[in-house]
Ligand binder design. Structure first.
Ligand code: SF4
Length: 300
């Protein structure tokens, strides 16, 4: 049981504690006596400021103790400890938690944990329907027919492509014939991310004249994600090549501002009832202006 009041003899042993701290520290690095704290019955720690500029805010802690019914105070231990205002290194964080999107460079490998929540096993051919189910017999027959198709592992290790119409072929078409596929959690977290960056609540979407769902530049996605997302294919849009929510939008919407066609120039009007005089040579300086029809040099 800890005693709140420091033992009197231990609390008075400041000089004993200071001498111990000075023996442990470099010369001149032990500063003022800061406080005394009771650690237990007849066990007290004296704190001294640390004057080392490299340890700002740290304190020398010297623990002294006294045996029951003894008057002599003895040294327990001396240690340098961080105070409340000490400058400390940030807590160590594993690399997998420090990693941020965009950190990967060419040639980097990013391992995924075996139990990564974003992934779940794909179709391997190992699944069997429940016993006595209507599918059991049919699957047995198909599995025999497929032979090499029902092989555990990713398509990379399965040299023979699955026979048309087989279970493996259907699984491949659905994108399930991989060692691991996106789990429901992985799918939801991706959808949340995309919605945050290119969703209805972004300033770009709020100011857009119309949403992506009606835009001609939207490429539709297959699968369940296609109900809420597509890919923008507008080279000049802010989301070209990105997955966008159908509720997103931008000023590049295909129907937002259709350019008016340039007006066609009207056909030339030729008046054939009049004759226009046409001068073939410029009038020479100082020459007399022709004043009659005979002097005119040309006619249209
Ligand atoms: S151009 Fe704009 S509105 Fe059209 S799909 Fe891309 S982001 Fe959506």
């Amino acid at each position: 049981m800890r005693s709140r009041t420091p033992d009197r003899l231990c609390a008075e042993a400041v000089e004993l504690a200071r001498t111990a701290a000075e023996e442990a520290a470099l010369p001149g690095m032990v500063g003022d006596h800061v406080e005394v704290v009771a650690d237990g019955d007849r066990v007290v720690t004296h704190y001294f400021a640390c004057e080392d500029p490299g340890y700002r805010g740290w304190r020398w802690a010297v623990t002294v103790a006294r045996a029951s019914r003894a008057k002599a105070v003895t040294l327990d231990e001396t240690v340098l400890l961080p105070g409340p205002d000490a400058l400390l290194a940030p807590e160590w964080v594993p690399w997998s938690e420090r990693l941020r999107p965009g950190d990967m460079g060419p040639g980097d490998l990013l391992p995924t944990e075996a139990d990564d929540l974003r992934l779940e096993p794909g179709w391997t051919g190992e699944d069997t329907p429940p016993p006595n189910s209507a599918l059991a017999e049919e699957m047995d027959r198909l599995a025999e027919a497929e032979d090499a198709d029902v092989t555990v592992g990713s398509p990379a290790v399965q040299a023979v492509p699955p026979a048309r119409g087989s279970i493996a072929a259907v699984a491949e078409e659905l994108g399930m014939r991989r060692a691991r596929v996106l789990s429901r959690y992985g799918l939801y977290s991706a959808a949340d991310r995309w919605d945050e960056s290119h969703g209805a609540k972004t300033p770009m979407a709020q100011a857009a004249p119309a949403s992506c769902v009606s835009c001609g530049f939207l490429v539709r996605l297959g699968g369940s994600l296609g109900q809420a997302f597509g890919i923008c294919a507008n080279e000049f849009g802010p989301a070209d090549g990105h997955v966008v929510s159908l509720a997103y939008g931008c000023g590049g919407h295909s129907e937002a501002a259709v350019m008016p066609k340039a007006p066609r120039p009207s056909l030339p009007v030729i008046d054939e009832t009049l004759v226009d005089p046409l001068q073939l040579h410029p009038v020479r300086q100082g020459s007399v202006e022709p004043d009659g029809p005979d002097e005119e040099l040309g006619h249209s």
